[in-house]
Write a protein that binds this ligand. Sequence first.
Ligand code: DGL
Length: 240
Amino acid sequence: MRIGVFDSGIGGLTVLKTLINKYPCHEYIYCGDTKNIPYGEKSIDELKQLSSDIINFLINKNVNIIIIACGTVSSNIYTYLKNKYNVPIYDIISPTINYINNCNYTNIGVIGTKRTIESKVFSNTNKNIKEASCPKFVPIIESNDISKIDDCLDEYLNNLKDCDLIVLGCTHYPLIKNNLNKYFNDKVKLLNMADCLPKVDLVETHKNIELYFSKLDYITKNNIDKIIKYNYIEEIQFNK
Ligand code: DGL
């Protein structure tokens, strides 16, 4: 099976990695829209346009299914995308909501981009949840100057210190897990949304991983190489 996966940048590679672990023997085509990052500050219409460009690109690459590895796109326009295309599309938020509804944690926090938190998607759970948007995180993570993260942790996370579970509602945030664990003194469980995806047995085929980014400069390439191994990588414009 050819599986298309996309995000605004390198964050979705954390999802791709989990997918490769859970469902190893497939072909993965990954798109990171590094030219248009951050998605967390985009309007709904912009998100629809950018996501549609990527999905059209992935459909031209003959993918069988698409996984939205972006919390912002999943929380704001999943229904729009699902209804627009015939190819099966899965989001990253629904399995997370399912996990929250069935877990035993009671003091739950969610951190995400401005758009994700504004979407109120996490109020669809049966738990009382504290939310915080962290707009500076994604640009810092993409710039690879992770030490700058520590300067804004208190501003965003101060109200979440009594939580026992914090959902990383943006797929970039697993890349700063060490900083977050240090801030919470390892006392809070941090949940990657990708870990909520179901594990299923699939027929074995061969494994191949292709990555496409709309802006592939030295820093981005360096970041990618630290996160994942791949067979092919290319800079490409999704709207052509
Ligand atoms: N990884 C995206 C998410 O999960 C980041 C969005 C952004 O580019 O701001 O929301």
